[in-house]
Design a protein around this ligand. Structure first.
Ligand code: 13P
Ligand code: SF4
Length: 297
């Protein structure tokens, strides 16, 4: 309780807000000013008039907040410990070569990538905005990096566009196999999956969507029991929204999402540990891709 009080006082003193992703530890989701999916958080950080943002998520999310709000102090106290694995799945040289091989294609880059890869892309997307972006982008041929599963998911939703995928994936979602879910098939349990899961898992699911999509689907569903194929942290919000429903999970835990605790937030607010700084040229280029995401998404 004392730590929570301290965080509240520091927030007032520094004019700060706390943003947290649905995969964060429960104690962090409870003290956050806003909890959301990566699209929502990228907008809310930019729209807020707070001077300081404490970001509780993974590195690309905090960097995206800084790209969009250079005038704000963005604190990401676990900077070196909490990358998303997809930040390493494509680098600038590989992307430049891929662009040379496909000169007429535009590049749509999943927001779960590094700032330097964003800077070489035309538009960013999140899982909740990818379909709209593919529909609205002014190009027929699209290089989609780095998640092959999200790429195949949007290719099915927007068949009129030619999508050239990269071979990356989220190690946590991609590892789910049919044998992990076979006990749930042909039962009364409703299966929901994040689009970072493979095609065979998505095809076996009753609903596929982003973290916020999964939350609203389950809230509005008359069904009572669900297998949730995404990171376990979402259980916190699911239970709050649906105290009478039952949830099953596989062992899907994103280590990087679990690095932030109340102590981490308090220390960062007090000392400004983990302030995000970016090269200004790179930031400006990456800004265009993120702004295009908000325009087209
Ligand atoms: P959302 O955009 O659905 O929140 O997903 C982010 C993410 O990292 C999924 O693994
Ligand atoms: Fe990245 Fe996967 Fe963790 Fe999401 S769950 S942040 S995609 S490593």
């Amino acid at each position: 309780m004392e730590l929570i009080k301290k965080i509240e006082e520091l927030k007032k003193e520094k004019n700060a807000i706390i943003l947290a992703h649905y995969y964060q530890n429960s104690e962090i989701q409870e003290i956050a000013d806003h909890v959301g999916d990566s699209y929502y958080l990228s907008k809310i950080g930019q729209e807020s008039d707070a001077e300081v943002i404490v970001y509780c998520g993974v590195r690309f999310m905090a960097e995206s907040a800084k790209i969009l709000s250079p005038e704000k102090t963005v604190l990401f106290p676990v900077y070196t410990e909490a990358p998303c694995c997809m930040e390493f799945m494509v680098n600038e040289n590989e992307l430049e070569e891929f662009k040379r091989q496909n000169p007429t294609a535009k590049v749509v880059c999943y927001i779960n990538s590094s700032t330097s890869v964003k800077a070489l892309s035309d538009v960013c997307c999140t899982s909740s905005s990818a379909e709209n972006i593919l529909k609205n982008i002014d190009a027929d041929k699209i290089i989609f990096i780095p998640d092959r599963n999200l790429a195949s998911y949007v290719a099915e939703k927007v068949p009129e566009k030619e999508i050239i995928p990269w071979a990356g994936c989220c190690n946590i979602h991609d590892k789910v196999k049919m044998e992990d879910i076979e006990n749930y098939l042909d039962t009364d349990i409703t299966i929901v999956a994040h689009p970072e899961c493979t095609k065979e898992i998505r095809d076996a699911s009753h609903y596929v969507g982003s973290t916020s999509g999964i939350l609203s689907y389950i809230k509005n569903s008359p069904e009572k029991e669900f297998l949730v194929l995404t990171e376990k942290g979402i259980h916190h919000q699911l239970k709050k929204d649906n105290p009478d429903k039952t949830f099953h999970f596989l062992h899907m835990i994103c280590g990087s999402m679990k690095k932030t605790f109340l102590e981490t937030v308090a220390e960062s607010l007090e000392t400004f540990k983990g302030e995000v700084t970016l090269d200004e040229d790179l930031r400006k280029k990456a800004y265009i891709a993120l702004e295009n995401m908000h325009k087209l998404g």
